[in-house]
Design a protein around this ligand. Structure first.
Ligand SMILES: Nc1ncnc2c1ncn2[C@@H]1O[C@H](COP(=O)(O)OP(=O)(O)OP(=O)(O)O)[C@@H](O)[C@H]1O
Length: 324
């Protein structure tokens, strides 16, 4: 699908059933570190304005995937298209359309907040277009991320939460079409996490930005993302909204009850009907009735536990069985 310059034909992509407004297209992506096969055929797309979470256990290959998409890491095989180019051949003009929220800046502690944003913003000015004036107006951006009062503060005097807000401001100062967030709220308390999520939504909605974030936390993926991709065993083992993925796992419930001393168990996709039948049949003899529906989280956490005990391949395999 790629031409020698890395451009991908939109017609070819549409013919293959991919969305026309895809900003990221990945297929058959493989990555080996020496003899270790970390990615074994990863494929997904992300559309314009979509917030996509790449979720998976420690060491599943999330950071590797986004580093390949950012053009920071050379893949072993597969096709990758990001904003119409192969990241391995993306030039400065391509890079200017991306935003990356890195872990907190430590090198610029003596800089003042506003000066640093102006400094980074200058890089984007030559890439301004009629549709997207670059960079963001500095004061408007400071206002939006809640740092207007800290404009003249030195970075080493900011609190942890304020620094993270500055990280986001730096990531979006060039008004990116695609923003990468690698484990954006690792180590946050619940309150800081919630306010960070609101900030990301606010910023990306305003510019219809596509966001690709990594996390190992299902709750974070659910709060931030329109769509979740679960990476395990080197491939994407599930792809959908939380509702879609939950619906897949909630098909089968386990109904258990007791009659006298005897306990009974029945697995069904229609628990209400089964319970009504039991009630009609057993009346007052029906005791200790329980319905257990495994949630997406139960199944995900089981998979992570198995994965982290060293059984990555069977963890991924069992997970796929559970949700199909
Ligand atoms: N430069 C490298 N050289 C060799 N192996 C690497 C390198 N970078 C990552 N790995 C290995 O590749 C695997 C995937 O790592 P990666 O950081 O992409 O996973 P991750 O899903 O982002 O993990 P985490 O959630 O812990 O950050 C791990 O086993 C890691 O040890």
């Amino acid at each position: 699908m790629s031409t020698p310059t890395g451009e991908v034909s939109r017609a070819a992509a549409q013919a293959s059933g991919e969305p026309a407004d895809a900003v990221v297209r990945v297929s058959g992506l493989r990555m080996n570190y020496g003899t270790a096969e970390v990615l074994r055929g990863v494929g997904f797309t992300a559309r314009r304005g979509e917030v996509v979470a790449l979720l998976g256990p420690n060491g599943a290959g999330k950071t590797t995937t986004i580093e390949i998409l950012e053009g920071f890491r050379k893949r072993s095989a597969g096709t990758v298209d990001v904003l119409g180019a192969d990241p391995e051949h993306g030039g400065e003009d391509w890079r200017a359309r991306l935003g990356v929220v890195l872990q907190t800046w430590r090198d610029h502690g003596g800089w003042r907040v506003r000066d640093l944003l102006v400094h980074f913003g200058r890089f984007y000015a030559p890439y301004s277009t009629p549709d997207r004036a670059r960079p963001h107006d500095t004061d408007a951006l400071l206002e939006r991320v809640g740092l207007a009062d800290q404009a003249g503060t030195k970075i080493n005097k900011l609190s942890g939460g304020q620094r993270r807000r500055l990280d986001v401001a730096i990531g979006v100062v060039g008004r990116p079409e695609l923003l990468f967030l690698d484990e954006p709220t690792a180590g946050f308390d619940p309150q800081a996490r919630r306010s960070f999520h609101e900030l990301v939504h606010d910023i990306v909605d305003a510019d219809d930005t596509t966001v690709l974030l990594t996390t190992h936390d299902l709750d974070e993926a659910e709060k931030l993302a329109d769509r979740i991709l679960i990476l395990a065993g080197g491939t994407i083992v599930a792809d959908g909204s939380v509702e879609q993925l939950s619906a897949l796992v909630e098909r089968e419930s386990e109904v258990s009850w007791r009659v006298g001393d005897q306990r009974h168990v029945h697995v069904t996709d229609a628990p209400a009907r089964h319970i009504a039948g039991l009630h009609a049949e057993l009346g007052e003899d029906l005791a200790d009735l329980r319905v257990v529906r495994p949630s997406l989280e139960d199944i995900y956490l089981d998979m992570v536990a198995r994965y982290e005990s060293g059984d990555a391949e069977s963890a991924a395999h069992e997970f796929v069985k559970e949700i199909r």
